[in-house]
Design a protein around this ligand. Sequence first.
Ligand code: PMP
Ligand code: GLN
Length: 383
Amino acid sequence: LNRRLAEFGTTIFAEMSALAVRTGAINLGQGFPDTDGPEQVREAAVRALRDGRGNQYPPGPGVPELRTAIAAHQERRYGLAFDPDREVLVTAGATEAIAASLLALVEPGDEVIALEPYYDSYAASIALAGGTRVPVTLRPGGGRFSLDLDELRAAVTPRTRLLLLNTPHNPTGTVLTREELAEIAKLAVERDLLVVTDEVYEHLVFDEGGHVPLVSFPGMRERTVTIGSAGKTFSFTGWKVGWITATPELVTAVRSAKQFLTFVSSGPFQYAVAEALALPDAYFTSFLDDMRAKRDLLASGLTAAGFEVYRPAGTYFITTDVRPLGESDGLAFCRALPERAGVVAIPNAVFYDHRDQGAPFVRFAFCKQTPVLEEAVSRLKSL
Ligand code: PMP
Ligand code: GLN
């Protein structure tokens, strides 16, 4: 294994899901739903397969039906106009979108600022691109993990090329406020930075007002790559359909990298996701309401079990602090939890450069059926 990748080992998600399978524990670790998405979307995939749509290499930028649907979705939800032919690129999940964006836009030695804790593929993708990762730590306090804008400003140097953002934020559940986004946008414009913003949880914002895309702020349209994914919104994580929206120049750049990573992907599923994006608002509302109820169930259960809970404003994850349970090392806690309580969770420390900052935090996913969450809570109460 080369030096760029050696530090990363096996992802925590693979390790913890394997532990869940080996021990038979309830898996609240890796973030995938235990119920598939809408039947009509699955049927759309079957139809595409049967009708021979997408069974051979689809077009490099993605099938026109899906690109049109992505642009229509951005227009309908946010009033944002993207040209489906020049400003949309379909990728093999958000994961490829992240990797291809960094490979395309970062020169070796460039600094890339990422919010810490960061989704693990960010660190690896920055490393593959030869970039230097500059983490800015989200600080716990007042029931949420917050971005210190002064720390963010201080992290920008003449070598900074790109801000890699994520809102709603995995694993903390933080949703950057309109004011925070405005300040970030101002900074990006002032320092002439590119921004890659991972908004895969855009449909999982629980508070009034919903998701606000960073690209909607002044000066951002020309410097922002926005990433989305069907896996999160439609509960088909195995399909690996993601996308970016950006200017023609940025899309062309990212596509240059993408063409040598996968070339194309997910043929028939692209047609199905095109139909999914056009589902009526009622689908998105009921998905959100369902997840909100699950968040409330798991948050109060974890509180009753003795965890300190950071109630998430978005995503389907809850970050907790295990110190009230007399624990200090979240990684050791998660490795022992299947034996102790029959539950799997994710230690946030692996998403930090400053591991000490993340040590006591543990993440639980609530994209699971209600009885599964209830059983997990009852097990955790016996800790
Ligand atoms: N970004 C974030 C913040 C995620 O949580 C995930 C996945 N769970 C991804 C990207 C990857 O998405 P995909 O499965 O579409 O590759
Ligand atoms: N994004 C999901 C999570 O954060 C899982 C992704 C993965 O397994 N790589 O849990």
